[in-house]
Design a protein around this ligand. Structure first.
Ligand code: ADP
Ligand code: MG
Length: 230
């Protein structure tokens, strides 16, 4: 008898999502009905020219902004119905962010930057210390634990950002042009690291990118144009 494989439920599902920005009388239809699904462990690339809506999708999926219409399910939960406090909690527990410009806290050491999400989540100090050390070891930065970000190269800073995004073992990692500030060799290393560390605990990745090299390292790509999937 053939065993039926249970269908994994998507980490993230967008259904008919619309978003319009209004600047005075200027109306920008940033997303015009976007459907997509992201499975556990999958790395999905969002491509498309500047202004096509990539960052808008990431901001909605990351609970940084809210949709005008449509449904967004994160781990099966409809996030369009959440109040601000619940959205903040869900973002903190379920989502890690990696940005083009790293967005590290300059006055904190490398270890403090990576520790911060665990601190916010109320993880006990002893466990935090252990997890931060293990994460820094994994991204090859344990020797820089006490340095500040401005003492590091771009690639090292992005590795700190990856460590910070993954240390809380999020279900979803959102990366907006994560390699755009890096040379191609460093970009490859950073991406491999993201995959390797994320796959260890089944994180799904949603990555906006212009970078053809990065595309080849993703499981699947979706092309956007004028707020629509091509
Ligand atoms: P991408 O990341 O693909 O470059 P964006 O999602 O940033 O595209 O932008 C999609 C469209 O929405 C663009 O026309 C952009 O100018 C507009 N847009 C994005 N954010 C805002 C905002 N906060 N206010 C007004 N318009 C915005
Ligand atoms: Mg963008």
């Amino acid at each position: 008898m053939m065993a039926t494989r249970p269908t994994a439920s998507p980490v993230l599902a967008l259904d008919g999502v619309r978003k319009t920005y209004r600047l005075g009388t200027h109306v920008v239809p940033a997303l015009q009905g976007v459907d997509l699904q992201l499975q556990p462990g999958e790395m999905l690339a969002l491509t498309g020219p500047s202004g096509s809506g990539k960052s808008t999708i990431l901001n909605l999926a990351g609970l940084i902004d809210s949709a005008d219409a449509g449904q967004i399910l994160l781990r099966g939960q409809d996030v369009t119905q959440l109040d601000t406090a619940s959205a903040t909690l869900l973002r903190r527990d379920a989502i890690g962010f990696v940005f083009q410009s790293f967005n590290l806290v300059p006055v904190m050491t490398v270890a403090e930057n990576v520790d911060y999400p665990l601190f916010l989540a109320g993880v006990p100090a002893a466990e935090r210390q252990q997890r931060v050390a293990a994460m820094l070891e994994a991204v090859g930065l344990h020797e820089h634990a006490q340095h500040r970000p401005d003492a590091l190269s771009g690639g090292q800073r992005q590795r700190v950002a990856i460590a910070r995004a993954l240390v809380k073992r999020p279900a979803l990692v959102i990366a907006d042009e994560p390699t755009a500030s890096l040379d191609s060799h460093t970009a490859d290393q950073v991406l491999d690291l993201m995959r390797e560390q994320g796959h260890g605990h089944g994180a799904a990745f949603l990555v906006a990118t212009h970078d053809a090299r990065l595309l080849g390292r993703c499981d699947r790509a979706i092309a956007l144009l004028d707020g629509k999937i091509q």
